[in-house]
Design a protein around this ligand. Structure first.
Ligand code: C2O
Length: 542
């Protein structure tokens, strides 16, 4: 196995975007950031030096971090931030992992510009389970703000209300010709007629989920969240922030310049969002420059069925780790937004949330508060007072939304604040039922679990009902992020065999800021290779 070493310098970089010259935070001056290339089972070492005035951390989204929880990266969960002028070296092994993943900053809203792709090839000599593509391209979907993202998070939280929409959606950092001053700020793939291309689609968006499509071309999904899937052909896909899909596209259409586009999927009510799609070109060699195709078939923003169609098509390929057939722990977790009294979460705010309250979000009515030290360190060194171990396995109050929220929304939508964790013994076979609620609005929430992939064994709309739910224990997709259907539920299973402190949260950044998260503590096992190692010497201090 090889070692791949990278040097990441977190920097402030000037770019021209949307008619402005703008300072953004980047890695090595690049936007999007550098690609991490590796092969299955390789060791990856990334030395991160922070040259900005902000706090920084990097998370390797979807890397399962076996026995390397210290390198996971979420701020105040597994590490203190890397402060200005400091360096921290992340080290991990891509144990039985190959495919496309995302890395991103995991502190404040820095990940809005600090992100890039992780491409893990199979071991030498091991073929793909599909036709070998002529070429491959990374496509990072993003959202761009003409704002300082650290300040933006602070001001949104202080307001008590919701965030402003993005100024643009971007494809590999480019808004494309639908936006002002962006006719030439557009991404393009040159394609040879007749050839097949592998597109590594990654959503690095902050607060919006997105559809993606190419005019006149079918996309065949062959991998989701860096696990092979049975080939599924569709004319569009949907990615929530953090999700990745590898798709094959064959250039089998008449020679022309085809539009490739990302558009919003917004399932929540009354949330302002950027409505302009970002376009790029899938351009055949020999195409006339102005032979632009009709628009790409991106579904309309509220097309829930278009999301379900893609989900229904995801089936793992044989060879994927098999689903635990039995479970030891079953947790029912409600997820959703709620409103707190003006004084409960942040006494300085202006209370611009619903009904003069403060927007919050919670799991099982607990709105997570990040401690101001690393939770992993507090757990490891047995430092008391920073977290509790009483995250409830079921909600206190369940706001029923059958027949459409918020019809039954109660007057009291409050949640409790706390740094509550849920402790799992090593080797526990866990089932989570994730249930969307509708106190403020129902919404598709991309829920991401650190440290594991989970088998998505079922999902549906309405309230989860154990008597009617159908589980797929044969070939469910094995993902690290699941878009829990709007006004619905999803059931996932995983084996808690990786000791550490693991974050699970909604990957819509504003929801994370509002507390839509929980932390699992997985205890050490008794056997060899079942114990979390000591912290690295250069671990940042708070
Ligand atoms: Cu990609 Cu905790 O996130």
């Amino acid at each position: 196995r090889a070692t791949r070493s990278y040097d990441f310098k977190v920097q402030t970089t000037k770019i021209e975007k949307l008619c402005n010259t703008w300072d953004i935070v980047t890695i090595n001056g690049m936007f999007p950031g550098p690609v991490i290339y590796a092969q299955e089972d390789d060791r990856v070492i990334v030395r991160v030096t922070n040259e900005t005035p902000y706090n920084a951390t990097i998370h390797w989204h979807g890397v399962r971090q076996r026995l390397s929880c210290w390198s996971d990266g979420p701020s105040y969960i597994t590490q203190c931030p890397i402060q200005s002028g400091q360096t921290f070296t992340y080290e991990f092994t891509l144990v039985q992992q190959k495919g496309t993943l995302l890395w991103h900053a995991h502190v404040s809203w820095l990940r809005g510009t600090v992100y890039g792709a992780i491409v893990v090839y199979p071991k030498t000599g091991v073929p793909y389970p599909f036709i070998y593509p002529y070429e491959e391209h990374i496509i990072l979907l993003g959202e761009f703000w003409l704002r300082d993202l650290v300040q933006l998070e602070q001001s949104v939280i202080a307001s008590g209300g919701g965030p402003p929409p993005a100024d643009a959606y971007t494809i590999n950092g480019h808004p494309g010709p639908n936006y002002n001053c962006s006719t030439n700020d557009v991404y393009k793939i040159d394609v040879v007629p007749g050839k097949t291309y592998l597109l590594r689609l990654i959503s690095a968006s902050l607060n919006t989920e997105h559809f993606f499509a190419i005019a006149n071309h079918k996309l065949t999904i062959v991998e989701a969240d860096a696990e092979y899937t049975k080939p599924f052909t569709t004319d569009h896909v949907m990615l929530g922030p953090g999700q990745t899909l590898n798709v094959l596209v064959t250039a089998n259409q008449p020679i022309a310049k085809y539009s490739m586009a990302m558009g919003p999927y917004m399932s929540a009510r009354n949330v302002p969002f950027q409505t302009i799609t970002s376009t790029a070109y899938f351009q055949y060699l020999g195409a006339l420059p102005n032979s632009l195709s009709s628009p790409a078939p991106v579904p309309t923003f509220n097309d829930n069925l278009a999301v379900k169609t893609v989900m229904d098509g995801l089936r793992s390929l044989s060879g994927t780790p098999s689903v635990p057939k039995e479970i030891d722990q079953n947790l029912f977790i409600t997820i959703g937004l709620n409103v707190q009294k003006c004084t409960s979460r942040n006494p300085q705010q202006n209370c611009q949330g619903l009904n003069g309250g403060v927007m919050a979000a919670s799991m099982n009515n607990i709105s997570f508060i990040k401690p101001n030290i690393s939770l992993l360190e507090a757990y490891y060194r047995k430092i008391n007072g920073y977290f509790t171990e009483d995250f409830p396995g079921a909600p206190f109050k369940f706001y029923d939304f059958v027949n459409g929220a918020p019809n039954n929304a109660p007057v009291d939508t409050n949640s409790l604040n706390g740094s509550r964790t849920y402790v799992l013994e090593y080797g526990t076979r866990v089932q989570l039922i994730l249930q969307d609620t509708g106190t403020v609005t129902t919404e598709n929430h991309p829920i991401h679990l650190h440290g594991f992939s989970f088998h998505v064994i079922g999902y549906g709309t309405g309230n989860y009902n154990p008597d009617t739910a159908n589980f797929n224990l044969v070939d469910p997709p094995y993902l690290n992020t699941i878009g829990v259907p709007v006004g619905g539920w999803a059931a996932v299973r995983f084996l808690a065999d990786n000791p550490g402190v693991w974050f699970m949260h909604c990957h819509l950044e504003i929801h994370l800021s509002w507390g839509l998260s929980v932390v699992f503590i997985v205890k050490n096992g008794q056997g060899p290779l079942q114990t979390l190692p000591h912290p690295p010497a250069d671990l940042p201090r708070c």
